[in-house]
Ligand binder design. Sequence first.
Ligand SMILES: Cc1ncc(C[n+]2csc(CCOP(=O)(O)OP(=O)(O)O)c2C)c(N)n1
Length: 674
Amino acid sequence: MGEALMQDRLLPETTHQDMANAIRALAMDAVQKADSGHPGMPMGMADVATVLFTRFLKFDAAHPDWPDRDRFVLSAGHGSMLLYALLYLTGYPEMSIEEIRNFRQLGSRTPGHPEYGHAPGIETTTGPLGQGLGNAVGMALAERLLNHRYGEEIVNHFTYCLAGDGCLMEGISQEAISLAGHLKLGRLIVLFDDNQISIDGPTDLAVSDDQLERFRASHWHVARVDGHDPEAVALAIENAREVTDKPSLIACRTIIGYGAPSKAGTAATHGAALGEEEVAGTRKSLGWHHEPFEVPKPILASWRAVGTRNRAALDAWKKVADRLDAPARTHLTDPIDVKVQKDIKAAIEAIKSDFAKDGGKLATRQSSQKVLERLMPAIPGLIGGSADLTGSNGTLTKLHTILKPGDFSGTYIHYGVREHEMAAAMNGMALHGGIVPYGGTFLVFTDYCRPAIRLSALMGQRVIYVMTHDSIGLGEDGPTHQPIEHLAALRAVPNLNVMRPADSVECAECWELALLAKDTPTILALTRQGVPLLRTIPTKENLSAKGAYVLVEPKGKRDVTLIGTGSELSLAIEAARSLEGDGIKAAVVSMPCFELFAAQDESYRNAVLGSAPRVAVEAAVEFGWDKWLGPDGTFVGMRGFGASAPAQDLYKHFGITTDAVAAAARNLVRKTKR
Ligand SMILES: Cc1ncc(C[n+]2csc(CCOP(=O)(O)OP(=O)(O)O)c2C)c(N)n1
């Protein structure tokens, strides 16, 4: 208790109530001005946030990148004004009062929901409920991983997560809570805004869970407090910080829209401006007699003091961090620096030439495993895992050690059958810094990860999704497990590289590209079944880097261009051979990544695609292929769901064969010559 009381005395001129009311006023005024937004949550949680920021949170507003800062995740992202108010009040340089006035306007640093990268202090993008909680688990995990590697003096911080009823109703919360409890993430503290209101009204319309019992069942430390009693909140946080082998839940009973005379405690304050009259009434009831966006000097000064109160701790940290050797210091924030990049390139080059020499048939999931084994020594921050498909995904190598509850020396995480949380946790780890996460499941279950994959892309995070069993080629598991529309759906996500390597050499190249794409997540779509080696001539150059390239160029003018990806590239090559017998000159293009190809200049794309008619082959739906096929091209692929049978039978049954590709090409050539 000593520390909390002492820090409280840092604010002699103002009371807790003044500090909390400043948040409430800014939130309601900004929402009123924008005539849109969510005032209720910030007004309700202002007391809890004030206690957290003034007494506990380790941060420095002028140094938002301090690697050992506590992380504050606003999982209930609709209450974004709570975060913006805190960033402004504590003095983050880029969060001016102008930004608060411009809440929700184009180009502001204060968008409707907090967006990572818009302003320092926004640790992650939140808004899709539950994602922030999922990220927070990943951040708390990253903290423990790095604590183990760097020691107490360098990495030793808490992750606080503010979650609402909505976050806890979402399915992802169950995966997150269960994983965090299992792993004993004692540095994770969830502050639950237990206001019993959501959009439709009182939460008992839809839910009657005993949240404390629910968390307790997953091995959490739990407490319930009056969220408007600052001392009770402080005591609960202090107790939670003492519990080192369990994450903590503090259910804070609050009143949504606290202070609003007629609307407090009702859903009316959740997601709409209070209205001029109610705003005026709130000013009266809170005793806040200041103009909109005006925070009296003494109150602002007290808040600003909060923003610098950890300066001595920061300086002490810097001194210790300066004693780290240079690469270790860099890797805290930049796990793939120039030296690691070089090591990755060398490892990839070496394994490419080994693959080319071996010459054997190999599933790309197995190639991926071999690549990983080479990469492990090169990348200290590489943390792998799988959602209970380790053997199938090939995500574990003999160089990994398994992470165990409470023992964070491992480099491999058994996420359990929790695909969504795996993806959200990987986002959290990447955002935390110091970690390069990759995780596996079947490609078809990207559907279960999709909301988090979308956020990896939106936030520009280097997260690598190892998605195996990437087509009907997985065979007997049948249509429930065979991805059909997934490549198209993933290719539709902006800033997401979807890579489907055709053989082991391309697989190594795609891994290199994924690791070097600092601001872009990658899906590696890998086969279950063996595929022949197609890149038999070793190249130093990463041919996959441009997204597509000519693998076979016929002598003389092309009659047709055959485009293939992944396991179907070999069909295109065989088809080209068969066409050659008929005197048809077919080029073969390998296209492991649409997105990288689309980013090339037109002259390169034209050179690769050529002017002859095109046939594309991919064991998936056609959706999205028109871009490369043009109006006259033919697609050979899937038109509906798959079936349960051995892979070869399925390819035949669905007409995805060398003969089908060759026939389509002959048809096109005949038409153009007519
Ligand atoms: C995944 C997802 N579904 C739906 C929404 C829309 N939504 C925003 S807030 C909210 C209700 C949240 O209730 P609660 O967490 O209790 O917030 P409070 O009313 O206390 O502000 C909903 C359904 C969303 N943002 N994300």
